[in-house]
Design a protein around this ligand. Structure first.
Ligand code: 5AD
Ligand code: SF4
Length: 344
């Protein structure tokens, strides 16, 4: 297809072209899109697949997102909060398994105050040489600043959807602009900043997904996580259809083509939707895998969506067979700025 060729060469793809690419239905055209994204991935970020260990340390959340199993309105899951020393141990475990970076993720849990979190970050930095990524939701500028000073390196905060109306419907009481403000603060503070979206949310149109991709390009994120919506029965969206694997892969592929050198994970959600999902994602633009290293006793309760925990995987990324020509990355997997640049 002409548009994908233009994109591959680094020409700017318009909003209309993005919508067109997301609507491709012919097998051949989809293959062309995925293969092009794979080539852009190869030439802009190389063949290494970076690993990041995730530790989901608290499933308490004050928010009530309609799509998420951790929403405060779900009184059917047991809540847990790992102690700071358990979290340090989990980080040390990640280091002993040769991970160079750990993602500390939780619901929005105010128990982890600015000071407690800063102390925890310092302790992990003292006891390991891990790169630390935080994924703790929306907080104040001062909180983000204190954690950066304590040694945190990266922050993940998905904008979920760029449609303000959809966002505000799905996240009661929250405003999209406030989330974007948080992302701007994180970037200004010098965090390597990651965002992302959910594909296939009820009421989401292709135009909304195109806006997401334009937002990823404009903000020039270091990481972008793209995952399908998976309905959770204990939420108000329990009866809705899941996002489609194909559409998720198309969003991923177009994001690779337009962002060029952004780190894009083959998300857990894509692996939950289909056993082959992460492998397919790695062949359609993704270059990161984030294995779950949450201790076993807690893992089952971090149920954002059902089916997330696969017993067989046993926390080992080795369950994923890499596509040919790819190798596991050894270092922290910083963003490589490609001379082939981001489209502007
Ligand atoms: N399906 C897919 N992803 C979800 N998330 C929350 N609920 C769901 C769901 N039902 C994602 C959001 C959030 C991350 C922690 O999990 O993108 O940022
Ligand atoms: Fe809380 Fe995040 Fe789930 Fe929303 S998506 S309920 S903020 S954990």
């Amino acid at each position: 297809m002409e548009i994908v060729r233009a994109g591959e060469e680094g020409q700017t793809i318009s909003r209309e072209d993005i919508i067109f690419l997301l609507s491709t239905a012919e097998e051949e055209e989809k293959e062309d899109l995925f293969k092009t994204a794979d080539r852009v991935r190869h030439s802009c970020v190389g063949d290494e697949v970076y690993l990041r260990a995730i530790v989901e340390f608290s499933n308490f959340c004050v928010q009530d997102c309609l799509y998420c199993g951790l929403r405060r309105g779900n009184d059917r899951i047991p809540r847990y909060r790992m102690t700071p020393s358990e979290i340090v141990e989990a980080a040390k475990n990640a280091q002993s398994l040769n991970f160079a970076t750990v993602v500390l993720q939780s619901g929005e849990d105010p128990w982890f105050t600015r000071e407690r979190m800063a102390r925890l970050i310092r302790e992990i930095k003292e006891q390991t040489n891990l790169v630390i990524t935080l994924s703790l939701g929306e907080r104040s500028y001062q909180d983000y600043q204190a954690w950066k000073e304590a040694g945190a390196d990266r922050f993940l905060l998905k904008q979920e959807t760029s449609s303000a109306s959809l966002y505000e419907k799905l996240r009661p009481g929250k405003r999209l602009l406030e989330r974007i403000q948080c992302l701007q603060w994180l970037k200004d503070l010098g965090y390597q900043t990651g965002s992302g979206n959910i594909v296939g949310l009820p009421g989401q149109a292709l135009e909304d997904l195109a806006e997401d991709i334009l937002f990823f390009r404009e903000f020039d994120f270091d990481m972008v996580g793209i995952g399908p919506f998976i309905a959770h029965p204990k939420t108000p969206l329990g009866g809705a259809a899941n996002g489609a694997l194909d559409l998720t892969l198309k969003v991923l592929a177009v994001t690779r083509i337009v962002t060029r050198d952004t780190n894009l994970p083959a998300t857990t959600a894509v692996g939950t939707l289909s056993p082959d999902g992460r492998r397919k994602a790695l062949r359609a633009g993704a270059n990161v895998v984030m294995p779950d290293l949450t201790p076993w006793g807690y893992r089952q309760y971090y149920e954002i969506y059902p089916g997330k925990v696969r017993v067989k995987e046993q926390g080992h990324w080795k369950g994923i067979s890499l596509p040919s020509g790819r190798t596991w990355g050894k270092g922290p997997g910083n963003r490589i700025r490609s001379p082939k640049g981001s489209q502007l």
